[in-house]
Design a protein around this ligand. Structure first.
Ligand code: EPZ
Length: 420
């Protein structure tokens, strides 16, 4: 297994190119199941989760080919409708094939994704909405078995909770359904917006894109003609590197990035003392020499994203004062805290609230990544910890960060990928 060895950074300087968004790429790849033609996707990030989903589609009979700046996915020969446990267990976002397969073929079996490190991660809202659209759903020996022999019917759906992949699943299911589906309490994340925009330009009329109420006019089983598109920039990868500039107090420029997707993150970094120069596709962070403490509550977009909670918690260990971070989306998303405490951080947990006493010098040691964003928080801590930090189990990191050690190394970090 690989691990990352990080030495305390002298200074970071230069530009980091942001990759395509993992969480936009996954639903967009699942969406190819709705296409009659082969689909050209540009700017896919080179991360494990994308490879996993493409492998899942290939196992179902799709053809995925890699070219210099794009992946071409052709699902016209897709024959299988059973997504097996061995792949789904490695990536719970595989649930995203349920809606498209069901709406196209009238039946689908997907292994229940099960929980993950950060929480139980139920999919009850996905299933309840599909049943409202006319599907019959059984859970049998760990599999979701969904059938809709006469196809899905549009209807009015209200999500009890805002769910990102739940919204994507139902938007895709509704795309080939008979009639109109309204989805209230829909997720508004930029990744969901791009999925709706691509579908809307492929013959599925969708109203309310970017709002909490989506109206999807189904094509009644007519497959879609999907033009080539490029995946939006990864706002979480971008936020992570902005935190690298803030924690090391060095100026960094991000390229290929959309500051419009980072409002809450930029505003919290400003509260902590940083300022920014922003153009259409770049962000330069001008960090302050003194990091101010901060109060953060994670919420759905456009509020502060849960996927940036761990990174800000690492940054808060260096603030002059006490910060409070409340995690409201996932019940177990503080596993990076115990690893940071082992590096000397002064953090106390009370339920979903972390209190971080700043100005604690961190010392490098062996630490263990527990989930994707926790991994990046440990890397950030390693940049400012005295001595050497070894971050183990970085297969978690590789799920969602494209060449992180190369990108940080190129701007001056002393970071190496080694074998255990
Ligand atoms: C997406 O997960 C992201 N993953 C997550 O990013 C992100 O943390 C999360 O949204 C929240 O922003 C992808 O897009 C692939 P949810 P998702 O359904 O869709 C509850 C990362 O680091 N819920 O929006 O699975 C759920 O328990 C990953 O890149 C139900 O109760 O999250 C949670 O409390 C981690 N029933 C809340 O809703 C359901 O049927 C939000 O979950 C579905 C969700």
């Amino acid at each position: 297994m690989d691990y990352l060895q990080i030495k305390k950074v002298k200074s970071l300087k230069g530009d980091i190119k942001i990759s395509g968004a993992k969480n936009a790429s996954l639903p967009l790849i699942a969406m190819t199941i709705l296409a009659k033609n082969s689909v050209h996707i540009k700017n896919l990030p080179n991360v494990a989760d994308i490879k996993t989903l493409l492998k899942l589609l290939s196992n179902l009979g799709a053809e995925c080919s890699f070219h210099d700046d794009r992946v071409i996915v052709d699902t016209s020969s897709l024959a299988q409708t059973k997504a097996k446990y061995d792949i789904v267990k490695t990536m719970r976002a595989s649930i995203l094939v349920l809606g498209p397969i069901l709406t196209r073929f009238g039946h689908c079996e997907v292994s229940l994704p099960g929980g993950c490190a950060i929480g139980q991660r139920p999919v009850d809202l996905h299933l309840k909405a599909l049943e409202q659209m006319g599907a019959t759903i059984y859970i049998k020996s760990g599999y979701i078995e969904a059938t809709a022999p006469n196809g899905l019917k549009g209807c009015d759906i209200i999500f009890d909770k805002i769910t990102v992949t739940g919204t994507a699943n139902i938007v895709m299911a509704a795309s080939l359904a008979k009639g109109i589906t309204t989805l209230t309490n829909a997720a508004r994340e930029p990744e969901v917006v791009q999925l709706c925009e691509v579908l809307n330009s492929s013959g599925v009329k969708i109203e309310g894109i970017g709002t909490a109420v989506l109206t999807i006019h189904g094509t009644d089983s007519k497959l879609l003609d999907i033009d080539e598109f490029s995946v939006i920039a990864d706002r979480i990868e971008a936020g992570t590197y902005l935190c690298a500039g803030a924690i090391s107090k060095d100026e960094l420029t991000l390229t290929n990035v959309d500051a419009g997707h980072l409002g809450a993150v930029l505003s919290k970094l400003e509260e902590m003392g940083s300022s920014f120069s922003i153009t259409e596709d770049t962000i330069t962070i001008h960090p302050s020499k003194i990091i101010k403490p901060v109060k953060i509550t994670t919420q759905e977009y456009p509020a502060f994203p849960t996927d940036m909670q761990a990174q800000f918690l690492a940054l808060a260990t260096q603030a002059e004062g006490t910060s409070i971070i409340e995690e409201k989306l996932f019940e177990n998303r503080f596993m990076h805290v115990s690893e940071l405490q082992r590096m000397g951080a002064d953090i106390s947990l009370n339920g979903s609230v972390a209190t971080i006493k700043g100005e604690t010098p961190l010392s490098g040691t062996d630490v263990m990544a527990t989930d994707l964003r926790a991994s990046s928080a440990l890397v950030l801590a390693g940049l400012v910890a005295d001595g050497m930090t070894n971050v183990h189990r970085i297969y978690h990191l590789d799920r969602g960060y494209d060449a992180l050690e190369k990108k940080l190394g190129a701007v001056g970090a002393d970071i190496k990928r080694l074998q255990e």
